[in-house]
Design a protein around this ligand. Structure first.
Ligand SMILES: [Zn+2]
Length: 271
């Protein structure tokens, strides 16, 4: 019952997912502090899949140019001191990760397949099409991994768990635009559904990630913090106390300010 309410409240149409300048609005530093490098920060590559399903997903990603679309706008705005590769490949498991050794973000074809199945299995007529939610969740994961990469490249001090910091970075950045909100909502649904499948007799408290349900609430909390009016109803449905709601607003503001400070010197909004 609760799950249906959540999915209904969260789900809304997502029409495209390349990120606009709005994502970075308010971050750009003054003219004198702008970086002079023009090297694209991100290059998208593909490793040929070996399995039939892997090849299908690879074909889908190449046809839709999802990663390229997500990053082409970013490449005109964000200029990092070290370039990064976003490689799409078959991994043998549902995964995505950042590899500091070769400055590479790996997005596994299996993760795309997992998202397509996950969102296709949602019996909610008001939810966006599975492909659209998949694109949104992939955007969330991509920004999460970029968060890890920034911690590495820019020597960002992380006070707390880096996995939480990466989730927060992805969420506050996506919360800058309407399509980004829809992307973060898709990710929230992913964690919510995942929490329903959790084996509660054997919870991995040792894991470096927060539990799925905690990740769900953390995303929702920051989305509410970024736009209280739009999420007030959801907070009520989820029985989140007003005291916590107020903290969500503070957490969003602080997280955004902190990341803004960190990436500001590398953002150049075209005139
Ligand atoms: Zn991570």
């Amino acid at each position: 019952m609760k799950r249906q309410i959540v999915l209904k409240v969260i789900g809304y149409a997502l029409v495209g997912l390349w990120l606009s300048i709005g994502l970075f609005s308010g971050i750009a530093q003054s003219q004198t502090q702008q970086q002079t490098t023009t090297t694209p920060s991100f290059t998208v590559t593909y490793t040929t899949a070996e399995t039939g399903r892997g090849q299908e997903i690879q074909g889908l990603m190449q046809r839709t140019q999802s990663m390229e679309r997500l990053l082409s706008g970013v490449n005109q705005i964000l200029f990092l001191p070290e370039p990064l590769t976003v490689n799409q490949q078959e991994c043998g498991m549902v995964n995505a990760y950042y590899s500091p050794v070769d400055r590479q973000i790996v997005m596994c074809y299996e993760l795309v397949d997992y998202f397509l199945n996950l969102y296709a299995s949602q019996n909610d007529p008001s939810a966006p099409p599975a492909e659209v939610s998949t694109a949104g969740a992939l955007a969330f994961v991509l920004w999460h991994e970029i968060g890890h990469a920034l911690v590495d490249i820019l020597d960002v001090p992380v006070l707390g768990r880096e996995e939480d910091a990466a989730d927060q970075f992805s969420t506050v950045l996506l919360a800058r635009t309407d399509v980004g909100h829809a992307a973060a909502q898709a990710a929230a649904i992913w964690f919510y559904v995942g929490s329903g499948q959790q084996d509660y007799t054997n919870i991995p408290y040792w894991d470096e990630h927060s539990l799925d349900l905690q990740r769900f609430y953390s995303i929702v909390c920051l989305l509410y913090g970024s736009s209280p009016n739009n999420y007030a109803g959801l907070m009520q449905e989820l029985n989140i106390p007003e005291r916590r709601q107020a903290m969500c607003e503070t957490e969003y503001a602080e997280t955004w300010e902190n990341w803004k400070e960190i990436i500001g010197p590398y953002v150049r909004v075209p005139s």
